[in-house]
Design a binder for this molecule. Structure first.
Ligand code: NAP
Length: 284
């Protein structure tokens, strides 16, 4: 069996096109959606992510700006800027690019963002709302994965779902979304015993590990939906996921590629969250 490939790039492009009308309608009423991205330090990967986020906004008519600080900036300066942005009526979304330099208290910085502008969905209030099954902002990567399930007509109810990874950014919110959708969910981590024993039971397998080609064909149940969240850079410079795509393609029922799978969906859902924030503010 050769799996059907879930094309995240095509879905992301279609969604971004569909967002334009919502942005125009908001702008016409004086609520043009605005996102500010704060970048501390010169991490090369973070700089690329931030540029793509700002450009993604601008391409669909939103307002977006980047605020950069030297890696040595003190936390109080960044917190003061967040307080200023929290009070700015033209800004609907605030995002602090992670990771922050070591001298920062990441949790304190994320909690400083007003919950109704927390378009990354990392504020404790928003995490709590998601855990209660009443989400306001869903973290962008797992939100993108849920859109891919929707597009692929993947019925999650009653399915065995296994998530590899338990990070606050991907694994945990992914597990909560799957629970909310009625799946039976197992969350694995680096201490899980007999990982393959778990993954082979999965109708839905989500890999968010950060290790190239970690999930091999023998770990996949025939016909399973395999979602590869991983983005790993190989020594030759090429991008590669956490799943051995070539091998798993022959076993899975549906599979996401890297690049062109979950990656393009993440920024798309950031745009969606910012538009939703502006719509709420406008009372729409
Ligand atoms: P992370 O914070 O490093 O978490 C990795 C998780 O994998 C941890 O929970 C870890 O377990 C688990 N793990 C590590 N080795 C394992 C093993 N041998 N068996 C089972 N579990 C194992 O990473 P993350 O932020 O969640 O990101 C995961 C991957 O997704 C990375 O490649 C990242 O670049 C990518 N990513 C992609 C997007 C996108 O837009 N597509 C967005 C975010 C992240 P412990 O908790 O026990 O250490």
């Amino acid at each position: 069996m050769t799996a059907q490939i879930i094309d995240g790039k095509a879905l992301a492009d279609a969604l971004r096109q569909s967002f334009k009308a919502r942005v125009e309608a908001l702008a016409a009423k004086g609520h043009k959606p605005g996102l500010v991205v704060i970048l501390v330090g010169e991490d090369a990967a973070s700089q690329v992510y931030v540029k793509n986020k700002v450009n993604g906004c601008l391409a669909i008519g939103m307002h977006s700006e980047k605020i950069t600080y030297e890696a040595t900036v003190d936390q109080a300066t960044v917190l003061a800027k967040i307080a200023e942005l929290n009070a700015d009526p033209n800004i609907h979304g605030i995002l602090v690019q992670l990771p922050l330099p070591k001298h920062f208290d990441e949790e304190k910085v994320l909690e400083a963002i007003a919950a109704d502008k927390d378009v990354d969905g990392f504020h404790a209030e928003n995490v709590g709302a998601l855990a209660q099954g009443n989400p306001r902002f869903i973290p962008c990567t797992p939100y993108g994965v849920m859109k891919m399930f929707e597009k692929g007509n993947v019925d999650l109810s009653g399915k065995e779902a296994v998530v590899i990874g338990r990070s606050n950014i991907v694994g945990k919110p992914m597990a909560l979304l799957l629970i909310n959708a009625g799946a039976t969910v197992t969350v694995c981590n680096s201490r899980t015993k007999d990982l393959a024993g778990h993954t082979r039971r999965a109708d839905i397998l989500v890999a968010a590990v950060g290790k190239p080609k970690f999930v091999t064909a023998d770990m996949v149940k025939p016909g399973a939906v395999v979602i590869d969240v991983g983005i790993n850079r190989l020594p030759d410079g090429k991008l590669c996921g956490d799943v051995d795509f070539t091998g798993c393609l022959e076993v899975a029922g549906q599979i996401t590629p890297v690049p062109g799978g979950v990656g393009p969906m993440t920024i798309t859902m950031l745009l969606a969250n910012t538009i939703e924030a502006a719509e709420r503010k406008a009372g729409l």
